[in-house]
Ligand binder design. Structure first.
Ligand code: IMP
Length: 435
């Protein structure tokens, strides 16, 4: 692959611009080739990054991998991977993923670093996640039940447990027990064997100890030494706790700011921020979705796009491309470029709609509504474009795309106000057009 295709910035980032599942893993995997260090900044095992790695004996064929914690760049030889301080990490899940890597001949020793400031997701957090969802009843968020919300809740309430504490295991155990007792008071239905979990963690520590460091210091030193860094976002802009469709969001900041707080990289350093935007829209879990196609067409897109949650296997809700959602992400994240993904999924549709604007009680809105109730009175404005009814999966350049597909891409670019520099037309690494 031509080097000039890679992000030229020393520190670049990839972020989801919709409700997650935009296909970030593929671009990260491609860009990782040109990076020295790949970092995850926020979220936890709620994310599901799918990558298709070419088989050694037959590169046309691929093996599918889904990672929840480890950055998607992990399959490249000689790269370092970092789990930043903004993450909440379930250590059992991490060890399972490391085992998968080892089974494929990749040894993380000396190549992977875990922030001593990242917070731990305990098994009791997963149970609390379930209890909270039960309590909410019909208003439940539809979380991934990975304990993400409860772990961030503890972090913000200043009773959470940082991974670095494990290094002094006795003090760590005392802190965990005290936190657990406090949580039991809040959740009387919480049943959990904390001694058993602590015993398992003691065993894990033997393996994890060498990986736990001050990653912010490590990364900044690496940047000072001129090494190239790629920060991999998780989840998506509209799942952001501040900027998303609250309360149907995750509990972290998957937007631009989270890249900095979640890694310790200074604001002046991340100069290339690529947004991943699916050529249509999907959402998994509950919550507003203005352009949703809750019909046969939505199902057609789901089947063609393989739209089933990588973490939970749940069918993803599908809908038309929403330029309001896209513009909002470009504004909030300060994107320098966009990767439009899965264009090929639309190949067989005779007509394709794009939502260009929202009206609230008859008045045009210039942003996303702040409250969920407002979505009930939203009117959507659409344009309709002719489809291309041709296979785009073999296109290598923008000019190879059918004319109507080019028009569709250019229309989206105009509406969101950011250059589309990468276009995905299939699952494989080589099915990516660079403009
Ligand atoms: P949580 O992050 O498990 O608390 O889930 C909160 C909401 O975010 C739910 O609607 C999830 O389905 C959604 N969510 C969290 N992470 C992802 C992701 O990586 N992709 C898509 N949806 C996600």
């Amino acid at each position: 692959m031509n080097d000039t295709k890679f992000s030229q910035a020393q520190v670049s980032a990839v972020l989801g611009t919709q409700w997650g599942d935009e296909g970030k893993g593929k671009l990260v995997d491609i860009l990782a080739e040109g990076a020295d260090i790949i970092i995850r900044a926020a979220g936890g095992a709620n994310a599901g990054h799918t990558i298709y790695v070419p088989k050694k004996d037959n590169p046309e064929d691929t093996t599918k991998f889904i990672f929840h914690l480890i950055p998607s760049g992990c399959f490249h030889e000689g790269k370092e991977i970092v789990l930043g301080n903004g993450l909440v990490i379930h250590l059992g899940t991490l060890i399972e993923e490391l085992d998968t890597l080892k089974d494929h001949g990749i040894d993380p020793t000396g190549k992977m670093f875990i922030s001593d400031r990242a917070h731990i997701v305990f098994d009791y957090h997963k149970k609390i996640d379930g209890l909270e969802e039960e309590r909410k009843g019909e208003k439940k968020v539809g979380t991934t039940l990975r304990g993400i919300g409860p772990a961030y809740q503890d972090k913000i309430a200043r009773r959470g447990v940082r991974i670095g504490e494990m290094l002094e295991f006795e003090k760590f155990s005392e802190h965990v027990r005290a936190t657990f007792i406090a949580l039991q008071r809040m959740y009387p239905d919480l049943k959990h064997d904390i001694d058993k979990e602590l015993e398992e963690m003691r065993k894990m520590l033997g393996f994890l100890r060498p990986f736990i460091i001050d990653t912010a210091l490590y990364i900044n030193n690496a940047i000072d030494d001129g090494r190239k860094v790629l920060v991999e976002g998780a989840n998506g802009t509209h799942l952001d706790i501040d900027h998303g469709t609250y309360p149907f969001v995750t509990s972290s900041n998957p937007t631009g700011g989270g890249l900095h707080t979640g890694t310790g990289i200074g604001l002046n350093k991340i100069t290339d921020v690529i947004g991943i935007m699916k050529a249509y829209t999907t959402r998994v879990g509950a919550g507003v979705f203005p352009t949703e196609l809750d019909n046969e067409l939505g199902e057609t897109i789901r089947e063609k796009g393989g739209e089933y949650g990588a973490t939970t296997g749940r069918p993803r809700r599908c809908g038309w491309f929403d330029a309001v959602v896209g513009r909002y992400a470009v504004r909030i994240n300060g994107h320098t470029a966009i990767n439009l993904t899965k264009l090929d999924v639309l190949d067989e549709l005779p007509h394709i709609k794009i939502c260009t604007g929202y009206k609230y009680k008859g008045k045009p809105l210039n942003s996303m509504p702040a409250t969920i109730d407002q979505y009930e009175d939203l009117e959507l404005e659409y344009i309709e474009m002719d489809g291309w009814i041709k296979d785009t999966s073999k296109a290598q350049t923008f000019e190879d795309l059918p004319e109507n597909a080019q028009k569709y891409v250019l229309k989206i670019e105009e509406l969101i106000g950011c250059p589309i520099k990468y276009i995905g037309v299939g699952q494989r690494r080589d099915q990516m057009i660079f403009r």
